[in-house]
Design a binder for this molecule. Structure first.
Ligand SMILES: Cc1cc2nc3c(=O)[nH]c(=O)nc-3n(C[C@H](O)[C@H](O)[C@H](O)COP(=O)(O)O)c2cc1C
Length: 224
């Protein structure tokens, strides 16, 4: 089956409203201010150590309600999150990671298990309602399900980290974990798979190493 078009065919009053809203944003906000750019990118770091300052459930909900606005194909939103916050669950997660990543998880106030859900397509009739055929496109199409879940779930992981930084939180992403163990321990009975882990909290900057170099534009990009 051909992939579904993502653009509705007719324009409703709701669409006109959305267009006016987007135009107003472009009039009112031209670009992020320099402090925000420092906070999100040029001076933001991946952290290894954590202060004892807690992260509340309200903050986690605020974080989700910010990152959820990041775009995904067909508005799929395949990422799911397990916030590991109790001492007991941190111990369990700490056993599923390599080397010093265990200490990071034990000392961080919260570590998010960021997963992608292979059942994401079952909610498309709610989140992509103008195209009822979208569900049929994915039903039984394991390759498309995995590609879309992993692609968009990974993007949502990035939105998650930038939303956290926007709220003044620090992130410590971790890919040094045993996927089969994290999946078995925390995602048993679901169609979810672990993408990566992300410690969250307020950084102990004394645990930071030097900033590593980034590749230059001309090494990684070409304009054709
Ligand atoms: C998805 C992802 C997984 C990562 N996994 C680990 C990890 O397992 N252990 C670790 O110490 N750092 C890990 N890092 C941190 C990277 O090494 C770090 O982001 C990179 O060196 C850039 O550092 P900076 O953000 O401080 O400039 C990971 C980063 C990302 C985005």
């Amino acid at each position: 089956m051909a992939r579904i078009s993502e653009t509705p065919e007719d324009t409703s009053a709701e669409d006109m409203n959305a267009q006016a809203h987007a135009a107003r944003l472009k009039d009112e906000v031209l670009r992020a201010d320099p402090e925000t750019i420092r906070l999100l990118l040029t001076e933001a770091r991946s952290h290894n150590g954590w202060t004892q300052k807690p992260v509340s459930e309200d903050t986690l909900r605020e974080l989700y309600n910010l990152m959820k606005w990041g775009p995904t194909s067909m508005n799929q939103q395949p990422a799911r999150y397990v916030f590991v916050a109790s001492a007991q669950e941190k111990q369990r997660l700490g056993k599923c990671v390599y080397g010093s990543n265990a200490d990071k998880i034990l000392s961080a106030p919260v570590t998010a298990i960021i997963t992608y859900d292979l059942d994401f397509w079952k909610t498309l009739s709610r989140v992509f309602p103008h195209e009822p055929k979208a569900v049929d496109y994915f039903r039984g199409n394991d390759e498309a399900i995995f590609d879309d879940a992993f692609r968009n779930g990974t993007l949502q992981g990035a939105y998650f980290m930038f939303a956290a930084r926007a709220l003044g939180l620090d992130c410590g992403p971790i890919s040094g974990f045993k996927k089969s163990e994290v999946d078995a321990e925390f995602l048993h009975g679901t169609a979810q798979h672990t993408n990566f882990l992300c410690c969250l909290g307020y950084a102990d900057t004394e645990k930071l190493f030097r900033r590593l170099p980034r590749l230059e534009f001309d090494e990684v990009a070409r304009i054709i």
